[in-house]
Structure formats: C-alpha cells, structure tokens
Design a protein around this ligand. Structure first.
Ligand SMILES: [Zn+2]
Length: 407
C-alpha cells in the first residue's frame, strides 16, 4: 500500500495521470496544486522518526519501507522543514530520561550529518528560510514529554543549546511538569509549580511550548502563564472526533486568541471516532499479549517494538479518507480563522493515516484538496507553514537574555 502510494504520487508529479488510490484527480487542479505546493514553505511540526531510527536502525538518507519518513520521500512530498520528536516515554520518567533524550539527539545529529548535501539541522526561522532557498530539507528538533528535563532548569537550557526548539510538556501520563489529557486522574490539577517555572524559562529561552497531550486544565494554565503564542504540534478537533487528546472548541478559540496554532494530526484515530473506537477494542483484545511482550522484552526496546507493531497491524481497521483530515482543517478555519491552523503529521508515531497520505510523500494531496474546497493560494500557504512561522518568530522575539549557547 505504502509503496504503491509513492509510485502513484511520483507518476502524478511526472505525468499528471488522473488516478490516485482509485480517486479521480482533476488534472488541471492537480497541476495548480503542485505549483502552489512547490513554491510554498511546507512545514510538518511533528514526526516521530527518531524513535524508528533508534528502534529499527533506519537510515534517513535511504528510502525505507519500515517507516513513514526518509529524506527521499520528504522531497517527493515537497516538505521543506520537519520537527523530529525526541520522544521519551513517561514510563522512563523515574529512571534516567535525559540519557535517552541525549542519545536520541545524538542519533539525529549523526544521521543528519551523514547527508550534508540533502539536509541540515535548523535552529531558527532564519535557518528555515535560508534552507528553503536551497534544495536542502530542514530538520528541527522538538522534545515529546518534558520528563528528560528532570526538574532542572539548567538541563532545560542545555536542551535548548543542543537545538531543541519545542517541548511537548508531557505525553500520555502525568509528569513532573504537567498533567496529561490521557492520565487516569490529575496529579497537579494542571501545571505543577515547577511546570510554571518551565513555561517562563521556555519563554525566556525562545523555546516553543507545545500543548498537545496535556490536560485541558494544564492547557488553560499554559495560556495564562505564557507571554508568547503557543502551539499544539499534533492535535485534532474534539467536536469532530471526541477523544481527550483532541481540542475542544473553547480551547481552539483560546489558542487562537493567544495567537497560537493547532497543527492537525494525521493519525486516523484522532481524525475519526469510529476508527478510534475500533482501535481501542483491538487494544483491549490484545492487552494480555502486550503485557506479556513488555515482560518478555523488559530490557530490549527494539524487540518489544518490532513485536508490538506486528500485533497491532494484524487487526487494524481501515483508514479514513483524506477528506476527513481536510474537515478538521476546515473546522478550525471556520471556528478561529485561517491564521490558526497548520500540519503536524505524527508520522512514525501512529499506526494509521488517511488513504493516500500513508507517508510523507502524500503531502501535495492536502494542497490539492484545500484547493478543491475553494481556498486561495495565500490561504493554503498559511496552513502549509506560514502560520507556524509567524508563531516561531514571535517566540524568538520574546526571548530574554543570553542562553550562552552557540545558536
Ligand atoms: Zn504524540
């Protein structure tokens, strides 16, 4: 399916043929979409490829069929800049999460460094713009779960100096910074006292605060505490798919009022409630097997990962159409305006994506479908990357004092 998708898109780009995944493409509109897409600055704010780099030894410079991303498919998808998530599970919060984060950052530098002709690490909006003028792809670093901060503002500053430009304050469970939207019960009733210090320090450093994954109460705490706009790097609309990980209308409005942006997640389970419910059913069904795997591969993350993915793929429900993703984008536009929505795929971090968008090479389809719904070139460019750039610039300008880093 994945390979087929790539081939179809490659053919579409080269010959403008009229069919993709059985969907009839209007050739004229497709050509126009490609032109817009190629000139636009296209940014994906959340991609979990470092996890696959660590667990499945993929090489980002070579096309791979294990994951959703590599530099070749990134170019085919016309994506100019991407945030790699340095993900550390909340299960590691009491161990030594900073070690895993540092090792992941090292792996990102190592792999990016191996392809200097294809890519570079970007640290700023200036770097993104500079690289956009060349053929090189920009890779930025985000951290998913603030666990690795380990209660230390000096460690937070060190992560900034290493290039981390946003932190998703927590992940699927509460940590020492914030409550999670998916925890059984709140620990702090929002942000912890240390979490409030983290928000201030991130503002001072010029580091973006990411509210994806955090609880509703923590979200409102962040909005109250942050001097600058914030992002949800990979979240969807709760009114269209009622799950705790998604944002309510009131949250989206508050985010927009703060000047921020919701970067729509491509994961089928956050786009489509039916898919989500079926996935939960599967999760319940395989719970004993998953627990057994956890026990079996206690000290072998790679082994656990490989088996767990196999188990999930066995029974996975069918993915929604790409129109479902466009519905989420359009909902935010109607609720909060065109300036507050963007894209954060969650590639390599989720098991299913809409048809045609199974990997990063599918990005031009989003431009095509927005055009099909009547959005103008300037509207589409905002969604593809300009809205995020506006916030990143504001965060950079909000910086106070010197960080002592090289960048
Ligand atoms: Zn996530």
């Amino acid at each position: 399916m994945k390979k087929q998708g790539i081939i179809y898109i490659a053919l579409l780009i080269i010959f403008g043929i009229g069919l993709i995944h059985g969907e009839d493409i209007d050739k004229k509109l497709w050509q126009k979409a490609l032109e817009i897409h190629q000139h636009a600055l296209v940014i994906d704010t959340h991609c979990d490829t470092p996890m696959i780099m660590m667990n499945e030894n993929i090489d980002i410079g070579k096309r791979n069929d294990k994951g959703d991303f590599d530099l070749i498919r990134m170019k085919e998808g016309g994506v100019d800049a991407i945030f790699f998530a340095v993900f550390v599970s909340n299960d590691m919060d009491e161990k030594q999460p900073s070690k895993i984060a540092l090792e992941t950052i090292d792996e990102i530098y190592r792999q990016v460094g191996a392809y200097p002709e294809l890519t570079e690490i970007a640290y700023s909006t200036q770097d993104i713009k500079k690289l956009h003028k060349t053929a090189k792809r920009a890779i930025l670093i985000g951290m998913e779960n603030g666990g690795p901060v380990e209660g230390s503002l000096p460690l937070l500053r060190i992560f900034y100096r290493l290039g981390v430009r946003y932190i998703t304050l927590t992940h699927s469970n509460n940590n020492h910074i914030s409550d999670s939207s998916t925890a059984k019960e709140p620990k702090w009733n929002g942000l912890s006292e240390f979490g409030k210090e983290v928000v201030k320090e991130m503002n001072d450093l010029g580091m973006i605060i990411d509210v994806s994954h955090i609880s509703d109460k923590a979200f409102y705490d962040v909005i109250e505490q942050s001097r600058v706009p914030v992002i949800a790097s990979h979240s969807c609309v709760r009114a269209l798919c009622d799950v705790p990980r998604n944002m309510s209308d009131d949250m989206i409005k508050a985010l927009a009022k703060n000047g921020g942006v919701i970067q729509i997640n491509f994961f089928s389970g956050f786009l489509d409630k039916e898919f989500y419910d079926k996935s939960e059913e599967i999760r319940r069904k395989y719970k004993p097997e998953m627990e057994a795997l956890k026990e079996k591969y206690k000290d072998d993350r790679k082994g656990y990962w490989a088996e767990a993915v196999k188990l999930w793929r066995k029974d996975a429900p069918p993915a929604p159409e790409i129109e479902t993703l466009i519905d989420h984008i359009e909902f935010v536009i109607k609720l909060a305006g065109i300036d507050h929505v963007g894209l954060g795929s969650d590639f390599d971090g989720a098991g299913s994506f809409p048809t045609g968008l199974e990997d990063i090479s599918g990005f031009p389809l989003i431009t095509y479908h927005l055009l099909k719904r009547g959005y103008t070139e300037s509207d589409i460019k905002k969604v593809l990357g300009e809205n995020f750039m506006r916030i990143f610039e504001k965060v950079e300008k909000g910086k106070k004092g010197k960080t002592g880093g090289s960048k």
